[in-house]
Design a protein around this ligand. Structure first.
Ligand code: THU
Length: 160
C-alpha cells in the first residue's frame, strides 16, 4: 500500500485591477454576458469568456430550463460554442464570473464538476493547457494554469 498525494496550485489576485489589460477586458466581457444569463429559477448568473488562438472571443451564460437538468452552465455553453464554430482553434483562456440576484457573491466561484470534465476534454484534445480565471461578481480572482489543477486524476480518452 502506498499513499498518493496530489497537490494543486492557484494564484489569487485581490481584484481584476491586478490582472493584465487583456484579462480585464475578457473579464469585463464575461461580466456583461453574465448579466444576460437566463437564470429565472436559481437567480444565479454565470458568464464565461473564452479566448482562442485565432484571436476570437466566444462568450456564454447559463441557460436554465423548467425541466431543471435540461439547462446548461455558462462554461459549457461557451466551450461547446467555441468547439462548434472554431473546431480547429485552441482555447487559450477561460474567464468565469458568477453572481446571485439574492446575495452578494464575493468569493471566487469555481466551475462545477461537469464543466471541469468538459473543459478537460478540450485541454486533452488540443494538448496545450487552458488558463482559467474565476471570480464572483467582483473581488478576488483565482487563476489556474490548467484544468489539471481543478480536476486532478481526470478521466479521459486514454482509458477508453
Ligand atoms: N452554473 C454555471 O453556469 N456554471 C457552474 O460552474 C456552476 C453552476 C449555473 C447552473 C445553474 O443555471 C445555476 O448556475 C445554479 O446552479
Amino acid at each position: 500500500m502506498k499513499e498518493i498525494n496530489i497537490s494543486t496550485t492557484f494564484l489569487a489576485y485581490d481584484s481584476i485591477t491586478d490582472l493584465s489589460n487583456e484579462i480585464q477586458s475578457l473579464m469585463n466581457q464575461a461580466i456583461e454576458i453574465r448579466k444576460k444569463a437566463y437564470a429565472p429559477y436559481s437567480k444565479f448568473r454565470v458568464g464565461a469568456a473564452i479566448l482562442l488562438d485565432n484571436g476570437k472571443v466566444v462568450l456564454g451564460s447559463n441557460q436554465e430550463n423548467a425541466a431543471y437538468p435540461s439547462g446548461l452552465c455558462a462554461e459549457r455553453v461557451a466551450i461547446f460554442q467555441a468547439g462548434a464554430i472554431y473546431p480547429d482553434a485552441k482555447i487559450l483562456k477561460l474567464i468565469i464570473t458568477a453572481s446571485s440576484d439574492n446575495n452578494p457573491t464575493l468569493a471566487p466561484i469555481p466551475p462545477c464538476g461537469g464543466c471541469r470534465q468538459s473543459i478537460a476534454e478540450y485541454e486533452f484534445k488540443q494538448d496545450t493547457p487552458i488558463e482559467i480565471y474565476f471570480m464572483g461578481e467582483s473581488g478576488e480572482v483565482y487563476k489556474s494554469n490548467s484544468i489539471a489543477n481543478l480536476l486532478p486524476l481526470s478521466f479521459d480518452k486514454k482509458y477508453l
